[in-house]
Design a protein around this ligand. Sequence first.
Ligand code: GDP
Length: 476
Amino acid sequence: EAITVQELAKRMGERGADLVKALFKMGTPVTITETIDQDTAELLIEEFGHRINRVSEADVDIDTSTDVDPADTLKPRPPVVTIMGHVDHGKTSLLDAIRGASVQSGEAGGITQHIGAYQVQLPDKSKVTFLDTPGHEAFSEMRARGANVTDIVILVVAADDGLRPQTIEAINHTKAAGVPMIVAINKVDKPEAKPQKVREELLQHEIIVEDMGGDVQDVEVSATKKTGLDKLLEAIQLQAEILELKANPDRAAEGTVIEAKLDKGRGPLATVLVQRGTLRVGDVFVAGASSGKVRAMINDKGQQIKEAGPSFPVEVLGLSAVPSAGDPFTVVENEARAREVADYRKGVLDKKRTTAAPVSVENMFATHASTIKEVPVVIKADVQGSVEAIVHALNRLSTDEVRVRILNSGVGAITESDVTLASASGAPIIGFNVRPNAKAREAANRTKVEFRYYDVIYHLTDWVKGAMEGELGPEI
Ligand code: GDP
């Protein structure tokens, strides 16, 4: 019996990179996508202080045999899109306009229901799923919890306002997640709109749109005048084709909770984005630390449906408690198993709340194409000159084996948004002559993000150098 490190991490409620690190220390160098045998898994579980018997009974055994779906079971699935950008640049208007356009084009009716996501049908009958909680906080919260649900980010920039702080944050969050981006230049109906200026400003953040000879698609739109929406959907479709998004629909469903609430009449409700398999009424499941049986499913048009395949968002009725956004949703064989897994996860969660988990360097054993290890950091400094000097010095530290990845650098106090960004990548935040504000400190307590403070640049670079050496681990 083998299990991938990633899957084991998910089931243990630990970060994948922490497991990889521990495995390195145990003399088993593997990447997060590789499999380890049962014995190694048990050692690891012990190492992390989890109860072995119950873990292997209740959790590790959920379904290890079909962990990786064979290539011939994979079928195309719709892309999942998140919209990000600065406040008032038109994220909500754009989401509404896209949805409204699809409702008008005569797609099977019903009353639109806000369940946290909706689907749009394109002229060729293919679909696109939009998460309708805009913004990068939700995006990075989910990532921090190990849920990578977004395939494509739409960056909305108002043409009359240009790049603003939250635009830049959104760019950094998207880059950190390695998710492809499409730029929607909004409000082009306004007389003071300057779309070309937006393209030029994007260059400063290494986003080169097609218009400027790069490969990031950019589309001029007006959410209020409803222009350019078709082009935007086409751009999404094209990007989705490049990504070749696929999943196995013929297996027990797995997905992620994207929204959850307690409804007075209907009890706990969760919107689940199915990521593989097909979810059916009657299925027994675990959602985070709650369990249940699907009593009914409602789609974004308010219709009751019997089944939902990959990339479909559905509101699920029949939970025992309200899960959290970002919780994994897994169908299991029977109710006894569901309760067991839920109880186990609850134990892990309680433990997590009381013990400090070490900050991990999630991105270092890159699951991307390259084998170069990375040390992600967030840099905040008191003046622009310092920011530039630090970024320059850190970039020079990079070698063929390990490089510094600066997720974000900027002037000013360390904010909550910096913490969310750092947490999603397991990065420390380095403050040069600056400190976190109260909200950031609170968030860091919760997420265990590490702060480091310096007032001399070479002390700062020395520390990063040490971290880089540490990340190289033992010789293989
Ligand atoms: P969000 O904060 O990014 O979600 O932005 P909203 O969607 O709430 O939009 C902010 C304001 O910009 C609202 O008053 C919208 O009516 C206006 N707005 C959004 N899109 C457009 C557009 O394409 N053209 C014009 N002229 N105004 C827009």
